[in-house]
Design a protein around this ligand. Structure first.
Ligand code: NAP
Length: 260
């Protein structure tokens, strides 16, 4: 299969570690010019140096708690450098905890980081995609779009909103050769997961090792995903090969989600 990704430009957010970093590497391996986005300049430089043909790639330091600043930085970059054919919306997950205890600030924070920033980035990148007659917006969300996950109350709520934002956008943009799809990771071996395991183990009064085993067994695959397995799916959705796939959720969870 020819993915036809060579010389496409991609903006890959949350790309200093985990799923975002694996996605940046997978796309760069297909000849995509990648622009990384995250807060940590040193880590961004490090990831940039790890990409094949690092001279073709860029990075932008931005914090998703500040959508206005993010918008300004992305628009400036596009004006001075290049537009993007591919946008991968991804950032750190919301704080865990039962919804009954969640503060209003936690909802505001998660809505800003996940919904408003995705929106700002889509608005900034869509004009070039329309001109190019090719666009791919891929949102890294969570299987909680389909089934709420206990102990991730704020996350479950905001993920649902992002899913509906995405579906709405896919209908509006389909006629321009632009697709908008969601990748829903299951438990994936990243720093985010390590943090969740620690919190859950604490909450249940058990060890990290026992909690890891319990969580691996949630999936028929009996293991966690590697970030590269999620990145492969994102790369396919970003490609020309996926041109008639639009407005869907793709769980990458080893079969853990119980609904279709
Ligand atoms: N791993 C899993 O098991 C799993 C399961 C379901 C859903 N997800 C979701 O998938 C997404 C990615 O997960 P992951 O495990 O790869 O996460 P991760 O390892 O925590 O990585 C998050 C990335 O986002 C960046 N980031 C965090 N806060 C940011 C901010 N305020 N502004 C800009 N960038 C920020 C981080 O870089 P800097 O620190 O340099 O900014 C990092 O590159 C998250 O939304 C997560 O909740 C993950």
């Amino acid at each position: 299969m020819n993915l036809n990704l060579k010389n496409k430009n991609a903006l890959v957010c949350g790309s200093t570690q985990g799923i975002g970093k694996a996605t940046a590497i997978a796309l760069a391996n297909e000849g995509v010019n990648v622009t990384l986005v995250a807060r940590n300049r040193d880590k961004l430089k490090q990831v940039l140096a790890e990409l094949p043909n690092s001279e073709n790639h860029h990075f932008i330091v931005a914090d998703f708690t500040n959508p206005k600043d993010l918008r300004e930085k992305i628009i400036k970059f596009i004006d001075e450098n290049q537009g993007f054919h591919i946008l991968v919306n991804n950032t750190g997950g919301p704080r865990s905890g039962d919804i009954v205890n969640a503060s209003l600030d936690e909802f505001d924070h998660a809505f800003t980081m996940h919904l408003k920033c995705n929106h700002v980035l889509a608005q900034a990148t869509v004009p070039f995609m329309k001109e190019a007659g090719f666009g791919r917006i891929i949102n890294v969300i969570s299987t909680s779009v389909k089934e709420p996950i206990p102990g991730l109350g704020v996350s479950n709520t905001i993920r649902g909103a992002v899913g509906n934002w995405s579906k709405t956008l896919s209908v509006e943009l389909g006629a321009f050769g632009i697709t908008v799809n969601n990748v829903l990771p299951g438990f994936t071996d990243t720093e985010r997961l390590a943090e969740i395991i620690k919190i859950k183990a604490n909450h249940e009064g058990t060890t990290i090792e026992k909690m890891t085993e319990i969580m691996k067994n949630y999936s028929p695959a009996k293991r966690f995903a590697q970030p590269e397995e999620t990145a492969n799916v994102i790369t396919f959705l970003a490609s020309e090969a996926a041109s008639y796939v639009n407005g869907i959720n793709v769980p990458v969870d080893g079969g853990r989600t119980k609904s279709l």
